[in-house]
Design a binder for this molecule. Sequence first.
Ligand code: NAD
Length: 254
Amino acid sequence: MKHGIGILGIAGRMGQMLVEEVAASGAPLAGGVDKSSATGDERRFASVADLAAIAEVVIDFTHASAAASHADALAEAGTAWILGTSGLSLADEARVEAAAARIPVVYAPNFAPGVTLLLSLAETMAASLPAARYDAEIVEMHHRQKVDAPSGTAIGLGRAVATGRGVKLEDVMESGRHGHTGARKEGAIGFAALRGGQVVGEHSLLFAAADEHIALTHRAFDRRAFAAGAVRAALWVRGRPAGLYSMKDVLGLA
Ligand code: NAD
């Protein structure tokens, strides 16, 4: 009988925070996997398959390059998956969707409850503010160790705006502008990424018209906001049918 919560990337910044949050929730920690040899007190498993064989649910904050193999191993084991890793390609996301046909998966670019609300607001605002008048720009800042850009949350905000406008983000995304870019295209969703210091995560969505600006901003001061949300999702997902869920489902906003 499977039991407890497993953590993939247990030696990482999020992994160590998750160990504390699982303990605080009172749920048993099944153990963890990490490719780093950094040791902690937690029980370590040699592979995702070994951990998935005994854990009821695993929380994954690792690296995008691992997402496809994790999808296969967890679907094979029938273990629920809370996926927080960012930087997944569209091909990786297709593997996540394929896994979600066999197991319950909660995939969120940001597990902080405040950001989940921000995503809902972004979609509502984008649906009411015409793209021809209101230029949508997303600015994010993170610590100097972050390896992907724009952040998963920034892309999530972009997707929310695109959904509100009835377009596909990939068709209108303008990221990393440099040099002679030409004038801004009507309906574009722009992204700028700042990296520096130890910023946990800051995101702003700006709707800029000629006569007014509207901005939504979220600042995370502590990774605990993400870890607590991910553990909440792990407790919520137990016993659910296979499917792809978001934090909106977990918070009852879907
Ligand atoms: P980190 O580098 O501190 O930790 C990642 C850990 O994963 C490391 O210990 C690394 O050794 C391990 N790892 C990498 N590849 C692995 C693999 N194939 N198998 C097993 N372990 C592996 O990074 P972090 O700050 O903890 O962030 C991890 C990920 O979570 C990043 O993609 C980050 O963007 C994302 N993140 C998401 C949210 C969210 O709410 N969704 C919040 C914070 C961070």
